[in-house]
Design a protein around this ligand. Structure first.
Ligand SMILES: Nc1ncnc2c1ncn2[C@@H]1O[C@H](COP(=O)(O)OP(=O)(O)OP(=O)(O)O)[C@@H](O)[C@H]1O
Length: 541
């Protein structure tokens, strides 16, 4: 007989076949497994970030045909930057390092605060704070990883809101981003009222480039909406933000992967899970949870290559119904293929762009009615004659708000339409067709980022000015509100609902589910002024 000595274990084992582990042990073991698999997948799948940085300097030296003295200076600078970067990576960031000034945004995933590095040296940031407990209960870890991974992948991008650092403590995840002082696009819409066609063209063109950038990084945004997902920089250009629903098709961005890890171990170890009172009453949640663990790695196959092969295939069929995506947000900007729960791909972002023209024909009082309207979009897409749209603008809207097979940008996706299992969710150059639309004929895509935008933030007192986040400019401003209250929700995962161990498992999950979340942005090589500018654009293009 094996007597359990440590606290928190399930009971006494009378035979070697009985479980030796507590549910908390299982949680810790699966967190370790998840960490190792994602860590090794990352380092095996791609070159190390350091060697990529080295190569970009090599490229720079070659492209600028630098002489040996200049090249040596360049390398010296690079080595100094790398040493400084490694030192910064070793210094653990902590929320105490920031003075939070005020809340500038709030959303379903948490709140965004304007924050200044405590020592006053590091500038101001938009600090997105996500409560781990709530998000884990809602089964959001895959989405939170995808959000962080996209922001990291977007390093150096002109169109993606720049991530400066990500870190965590026991309670929260933190994303420190460059502060977009001009507020968000809805603030601008509210300030200006209706935009002229000329202005609309500029902003929609920049939105096309923002979405294209996300697609080039291999992600679908899935939450493209003007309200708050396009921010305005100090120079008045747009950057896309909020990647809480972004999706890349990678298994580490799929909630089912995490479920399989944990429930696979429960099944193997046969530890009993009772759930909460509702589970006890209904009795079928356990069978459902265990049935999620059927996939096994064939003998002799390497686990990561098996995952990479099968993860994509599995998700191609099950991407529809992704929990948060289906339940969150207004449905007016979601494409019909999504609301009908069909398989979908990155074309859904182009539908949402069509809705961005400030016209909401699918608005309804409740979600269900909106879904019906989107699904039957032909009956509801009536363009308001009082808005006097030009013919070109109207054709653009109509070629985006339509079934995906005929939607602008769909040439690359024809192969998807012919297959019931999507070969690829996203094609990086799908924006080409949209850029070629006559509505954009006067747009110079290569120099758009250098053009002076129709609106440039002005009258700012300093880098921490929140003028464009005030009540009058942004009615959704939440100045002064606390973000700390955690709403009570019933956990999706039965392990977290377990009346005996649920709380302990949640604590272990909060500590272990996001190992590897930390990121610090490396600095640029600043050899001399002109060189730096070139270096930046070389990285971006
Ligand atoms: N880098 C930034 N600079 C300035 N403001 C920002 C920045 N990032 C986000 N915000 C503001 O915070 C708001 C909420 O941010 P975000 O959309 O990332 O949160 P969310 O909780 O994911 O929102 P949602 O519920 O819409 O998905 C944005 O609408 C924007 O106004």
């Amino acid at each position: 007989m094996i007597v359990r000595k440590s606290r928190g274990r399930v009971g006494v084992s009378c035979s070697p076949t009985e479980p030796l582990l507590s549910l908390k042990d299982i949680e810790i073991a699966s967190n370790a497994k998840i960490y190792l698999e994602t860590y090794f997948d990352r380092i095996l799948a791609s070159q190390s970030p350091r060697s990529l940085r080295r190569r970009s300097v090599e490229r720079l030296i070659k492209e600028l045909s630098l002489g040996s003295t200049e090249a040596a200076t360049c390398w010296e600078e690079w080595r100094a930057k790398e040493t400084e970067y490694l030192r910064r990576c070793r210094t653990r960031l902590h929320i105490g390092d920031f003075d939070t000034l005020r809340i500038i945004g709030k959303g379903s995933f948490g709140c965004v605060k304007l924050a200044r590095m405590e020592n006053g040296k590091g500038g101001v940031f938009a600090l997105k704070i996500v409560q781990k407990g709530l998000q884990l209960k809602q089964g959001q870890e895959a989405h939170l990883r995808a959000e962080r991974d996209l922001l990291v992948a977007g390093e150096g991008s002109r169109w993606i809101v720049p991530l400066v650092a990500s870190f965590q403590d026991d309670e929260n995840l933190y994303l420190a981003m460059e502060y977009m002082i001009g507020g968000d696009f809805l603030g601008l819409l509210m300030e200006k009222g209706t935009l002229s066609e000329e202005m609309a063209r500029f902003y929609v063109a920049e939105m096309v480039l923002c979405i294209e950038e996300v697609h080039k990084l291999g992600f679908i945004h899935r939450d493209v909406k003007p309200e708050d997902n396009f921010c305005i920089t100090a120079s008045g250009h747009l950057k896309i933000c909020d990647f809480g629903l972004a999706f890349s098709g990678h298994w580490a961005h799929d909630g089912a992967y995490f479920e399989q890890q944990r429930w696979g171990l429960v099944k193997k170890t046969q530890v009993s899970v009772v759930g909460d009172t509702i589970d006890k009453r209904t009795g079928n949640a356990l069978a459902r949870a265990l049935s999620a663990t059927t996939a096994t790695v064939p003998h002799g196959e390497r686990v990561l290559s098996w995952r990479n092969k099968n993860g994509r295939r599995r998700m191609a069929r099950s991407i529809v119904g992704t929990y948060q995506y289906m339940v969150s947000g207004p449905k007016i900007a979601q494409a019909p293929e999504i609301v009908r729960e069909e398989a979908y791909d990155a074309r859904c972002d182009w539908w949402s762009l069509g809705i961005l023209f400030g016209y909401t024909p699918f608005y309804a009082e409740n979600r269900e009615e909106s879904k019906i309207k989107v699904s039957n979009w032909r009956d509801h897409l009536v363009l308001d004659p009082t808005t006097h749209l030009s013919k070109k603008m109207e054709t653009l809207i109509r070629s985006l708000i339509c079934e995906r097979e005929g939607r602008l940008g769909s040439i690359a996706y024809r192969i998807n339409d012919a297959s019931d299992c999507l070969p690829n969710y996203v094609y990086p150059n799908d924006a080409e067709e949209i850029r070629a639309h006559p509505f954009f004929a006067v747009v110079n895509w290569r120099t758009l980022h250098m053009q002076i935008p129709p609106f440039v933030p002005s009258g700012l007192l300093d880098e921490a000015d929140t003028k464009y986040f005030t009540e009058s400019f942004n009615s959704r401003s939440t100045s002064g509100e606390s973000s700390d209250a955690v709403p009570q929700v019933r956990a999706r995962d039965m392990l977290l609902r377990d009346s005996k161990c649920g709380e302990k498992i949640l604590e272990a999950r909060k500590r272990g589910a996001f190992l590897g979340y930390t990121y610090v942005r490396p600095g640029n090589v600043r050899v001399r002024k002109g060189l730096l500018a070139y270096y930046d654009s070389a990285r971006r293009n």
